[in-house]
Design a protein around this ligand. Sequence first.
Ligand SMILES: NC(=O)c1ccc[n+]([C@@H]2O[C@H](COP(=O)([O-])OP(=O)(O)OC[C@H]3O[C@@H](n4cnc5c(N)ncnc54)[C@H](O)[C@@H]3O)[C@@H](O)[C@H]2O)c1
Length: 278
Amino acid sequence: MSAPGGGDRLAGRTAVVVGAGQTPGPRIGNGRATAITFAAHGARLLLVDRDEARALDTATAAADAAAAAGHDLPEPVVVVTDIASAEGPERVVAAAVDRMGGFDILHNNVGIGAGDAPPHRLSDDDYDRILDVNLRAMWRTCRAAVPVLRAQERSAIVNVSSLASIAAATNLTAYKISKAGVNALTQNLALTGARHGMRANAVLPGLIDTPMGVDQAAELMGVDRDEYAELRAGMVPLGHQGSAWDVARAALFLASDDAAFITGVCLPVDGGQSARIG
Ligand SMILES: NC(=O)c1ccc[n+]([C@@H]2O[C@H](COP(=O)([O-])OP(=O)(O)OC[C@H]3O[C@@H](n4cnc5c(N)ncnc54)[C@H](O)[C@@H]3O)[C@@H](O)[C@H]2O)c1
């Protein structure tokens, strides 16, 4: 699926996208695709990543997409921070308040899996590192953002989870646990935020053809990229992997008023894989 065209589904909204850079590789990643899609639909952006150059590239692409769609928006603000650091989440929220006057959409895209293993081979250090980045940092970011989001008339959090949170993923113990935690966090945010006009939903990407999903994984396993991509495609009922644009479209839907009556949902974007679970 290619980049979506522009529109006005987020016109007048301000979005913070955490993990808005890009894992290097031949295909676009989920964070950058989502930032571009939000901008093409009129959202002002604050982009967060630990990698400045990649975040700045996303900012340029998002500004181009906004202009091409006819939106007259200020350049995206870029905040460079490790979101898993002690000060990361508060820095992001303070920057959004100081430089953009607040925000009404929070999109949490950061997730890592390298170093993971089956339960009997996973080290303490790898478990802690993956849980810290995927779950603890996301919870702390939400905690910092909630007072700002609740002060808006309506607001939305979109957390990027994974199909691994509900499907078999025996080699990915820490990743699976962390993403199951993301689903639980999202449901608690939804229920505690509902009376304040704040919605919270999770996207569960399945097999998506991104550099982290395919290139990095193939390299770690020492297999050919294209063969690995083909193997993944064969596991999907629709017969092909998804692209980051599929994930971005789902995030756009959940962030926008099209999903005004949807909260606490964990939405698989997986070409049908979760239907096999029942
Ligand atoms: N690709 C897939 O097949 C797939 C499947 C299921 C879920 N996901 C999830 O999608 C999300 C994005 O994956 P992607 O493969 O598209 O990656 P991506 O290309 O969107 O890259 C993630 C970005 O996060 C940044 N980042 C990582 N750790 C950070 C930290 N501590 N602080 C700040 N920034 C940090 C990286 O620099 C990078 O720019 C992740 O949460 C991942 O778990 C991906």
